[in-house]
Ligand binder design. Structure first.
Ligand SMILES: Cc1cc2nc3c(=O)[nH]c(=O)nc-3n(C[C@H](O)[C@H](O)[C@H](O)COP(=O)(O)OP(=O)(O)OC[C@H]3O[C@@H](n4cnc5c(N)ncnc54)[C@H](O)[C@@H]3O)c2cc1C
Length: 410
C-alpha cells in the first residue's frame, strides 16, 4: 500500500537523509525514508569503525576552507547547522563528544552504533517510517518507483528528498546508480571520482612483498605548494592513509591532467638539512647501510625501503652518497603516482549534482518538489569530520527547504 499523497519521501537512510527526515518530522510532516539496503546507515556505521569523526573543532572560517570551491554553496547550510550544533545534537541523543588532539571531534563512545540506535529511536518516536529493501529506480508517470523483494512498487509523494550518497564502498548501499537517472532528466551532474583515496605506485616486487601494510609515521607529504603532516600506509598497489587523503584532491587533479604525478615524502620532517646531515656524518664503521640509517637517521625499515626504492628508480647508490645528499633525499623522497585507487575503496567521492541546479532550499530547479542533499552533491573535502558535517548540514537544509516549499504551495 502506498503512503498518502501528503507523505514526504526521503530516499537514502544515511546521515543526510535521516537528518532531512528529522527536520521534516519535527516540522509536522509525515515522512517515509526509503533505502535499498536491509538496514539504515551502513556507511555511517562503517565510518565509525576506526573512530567516528563527526566534525572538527577549528574556527568556522578555517573549517569552511576545507570545502574549497564548494564552500560558498555550503556556507548557509553549515551556518544553520554548525559543528557546535552537530555536537549538541549528538549530546542530546546521549552521545557526548570530545575533541581529539588533532582538533577532530568524536563521540565518547568512538563508534557510530550507539548514536545511530538512539537516532533511529528518536525518528521512530517522531513517526518517521522506514521502508528498507526499496531500491529507487527513478520515476514512472510522475510516481517514485522502487524495486522491492515483492516486485516493483510505485509511490506518490508530495515532495522527495534524494540523499543517495556518493559511489564509494558500493557494498554499503551507495553505488552512484542515480547519476544516469538524473542526467536523463537533464540535471547537470559532474563526474563522480574517488576522493580521500589511495594512489597507485609501481613498487618493485621486493618492496611490495616486504612492506605492504606498513605505516610511514610522522612524515610530511608535499605536492606542489601543499604540504601535509601525518601518516600513510604502503599498500600492495600503492599508498593510502590520512596524509594521502588530505592531498588527494591535488594529486587526483594532477594525475587527471598528466597521467602521473610525483609526491615528495619527508621521512624526518622535524630535522632541518643541517641537523640531519650532522647526524648522518658520524662514522658508519662496519654497519650495513640499513643499520646505519636506522640508528643514525632513526628511520624505520619501511622508510629505509622507500629510500632504496627511490634510489633504484633514479639510478642512485645510497652507499656512495654524501651525508648532505642523503639528508636531502631523506626529506624529499620522490614517489611517482601513476593512478588513483579504485572508487570502491575510496572514503568518499568528488563530483555529483552541480550546485547550479539547486535553489537555496536545495530543490532541483528542473524537478520541482525534488530536493537533494549529502554526498551526492558536487562538493568534496578531506577527512577530519568535514564529510559528515556537510552531509548532516545539507540534509537539514533540504528538510527545511521542503517545509518552506510546501508552505508556499497552493
Ligand atoms: C570507511 C569510511 C570511513 C569514513 N569515516 C568518516 C569519518 O570518520 N568522518 C566523516 O566525516 N566521514 C567519514 N566517511 C564518509 C561519510 O561516511 C560519508 O560522507 C557520509 O556517510 C555521506 O552521507 P550521505 O547520507 O550523503 O550518504 P550515505 O551515507 O552513503 O547514505 C546514502 C544512502 O542511500 C542509499 N541508497 C543509495 N542508492 C539508493 C537507491 N537507488 N535506492 C535506495 N537507497 C539508495 C544507501 O543504501 C545509503 O544508505 C567515511 C566513509 C567511509 C567509506
Amino acid at each position: 500500500m502506498s503512503p498518502s499523497p501528503k507523505t514526504i519521501a526521503v530516499i537514502g537512510a544515511g546521515p543526510a537523509g535521516l537528518m532531512a527526515a528529522e527536520v521534516l518530522a519535527q516540522g509536522g510532516a509525515s515522512v517515509t525514508v526509503y533505502d535499498a539496503m536491509p538496514s539504515a546507515g551502513r556507511k555511517f556505521l562503517m565510518a565509525g569503525r576506526g573512530g567516528l569523526n563527526l566534525t572538527h573543532s577549528e574556527p568556522l572560517a578555517q573549517f569552511m576552507t576545507r570545502y574549497r570551491e564548494a564552500a560558498p554553496h555550503l556556507q548557509a547550510a553549515i551556518d544553520a547547522f554548525s559543528p557546535d550544533a552537530l555536537r549538541a545534537w549528538s549530546e542530546a541523543l546521549g552521545q557526548e563528544t570530545f575533541v581529539g588532539s588533532s582538533g577532530r571531534v568524536f563521540p565518547k563512545a568512538f563508534k557510530a552504533s550507539p548514536l545511530l540506535r538512539a537516532w533511529l529511536r528518536r525518528l521512530d518516536s517522531l513517526g518517521v517510517k522506514l521502508a528498507l529493501r526499496h531500491r529507487w529506480t527513478g520515476w514512472e508517470q510522475g510516481l517514485l518507483q522502487f524495486q522491492t523483494p515483492d516486485g516493483l512498487r510505485t509511490v506518490e509523494a508530495s515532495a522527495t528528498v534524494l540523499a543517495l550518497g556518493g559511489a564509494s564502498w558500493p557494498r554499503l548501499g551507495s553505488d552512484g546508480s542515480w547519476v544516469e537517472t538524473l542526467a536523463a532528466k537533464g540535471v547537470k551532474v559532474s563526474p563522480i571520482r574517488s576522493a580521500n583515496s589511495g594512489f597507485i605506485v609501481a613498487w618493485s616486487d621486493v618492496f611490495r612483498d616486504r612492506f605492504e601494510g606498513q605505516p610511514l609515521k610522522g612524515v610530511a607529504l608535499t605536492m606542489g605548494q601543499h604540504t601535509v603532516r601525518g601518516e600513510c600506509i604502503v599498500t600492495r598497489s600503492g599508498i593510502e592513509g590520512g596524509a594521502i587523503y588530505a592531498l588527494s584532491a591535488e594529486l587526483r587533479r594532477a594525475i587527471e591532467s598528466s597521467g602521473k604525478t610525483t609526491l615528495q615524502i619527508a621521512l624526518r620532517p622535524d630535522l632541518d638539512l643541517k641537523d640531519l646531515t650532522a647526524k648522518l656524518s658520524v662514522s658508519k664503521g662496519k654497519q650495513s647501510l640499513s643499520n646505519f640509517l636506522r640508528k643514525a637517521g632513526s628511520l624505520s625499515p619501511v622508510a629505509i625501503g622507500l629510500l632504496q626504492e627511490a634510489a633504484k628508480v633514479s639510478d642512485l647508490s645510497l652507499s656512495s652518497m654524501s651525508p648532505h645528499d642523503l639528508a636531502r633525499l631523506i626529506n624529499a623522497v620522490p614517489v611517482e603516482l601513476i593512478g588513483t585507487a579504485p572508487i570502491v575503496r575510496a572514503i568518499s567521492t568528488a563530483g555529483g549534482i552541480s550546485f547550479d541546479e539547486l535553489d537555496p532550499g536545495y530543490m532541483i530547479r528542473k524537478l520541482p518538489g525534488v530536493f537533494a542533499a549529502g554526498e551526492m552533491l558536487d562538493w568534496e573535502a578531506p577527512t577530519g569530520g568535514y564529510l559528515l558535517q556537510a552531509s548532516f548540514a545539507t540534509g537539514a537544509a533540504a528538510g527545511r527547504g521542503v517545509l518552506k516549499w510546501l508552505e508556499r504551495k497552493p
